[in-house]
Design a protein around this ligand. Sequence first.
Ligand SMILES: [Zn+2]
Length: 209
Amino acid sequence: MKRNFPLLAAVATCALVLLGVSHAGAGALDVEITAAMDHLKAVKADADLLVLTDAPFVRPGARSALPELAVVEKLTGCTVGSGNLLFFQRPQHHPLRFLLFARKTGEAVIISAAAGQYAAEKLNMSATTIADKAFWDQSQQFAAGKDMFTLAGIANAWAAKAPYDFLKCAELHNHICPGLTSGYLLAHYLLERHPLAEGERYTVVSCPV
Ligand SMILES: [Zn+2]
């Protein structure tokens, strides 16, 4: 069965394209993204707007979600090159999800796909708000509740203008935590204080606390 998986996935993808299912989904996504930008008072290519998504990793209907990502890129103007399009990793079967986050207010809209439909959840995700335990109790009721730790942490690191290489570490690690932060600081300490000479290399020996 495993051997047939790529072929089956390819056939399924073709069928979806022929039926126009992916276009129907993208259409609904258009509406949700536009409404979210209105809610956040964001304009296209707004430097204070972040898109954070698992689109490169999940496979809704056993196909790539890159067409949906292209729609979001086009409408928001958020790009990797501008530093305001970030990713988080999830398994292929995980829901496709887009967080739109406004730096100045902490207002956020999370758009999630379920059964070909998109649903938006609005919330405040500012540093002050997420420092309150009540936020974590209440946000677990959201469809995106299980992703909230990842979304709120990375979005606020971006809002605080964390260095881009730190945000890349967060994308790899999937959340902000003391382990990530201390590792980043240690790595930069080494790079600054113990730069490699010709023929040298770093060897990392680490263990859990
Ligand atoms: Zn961690």
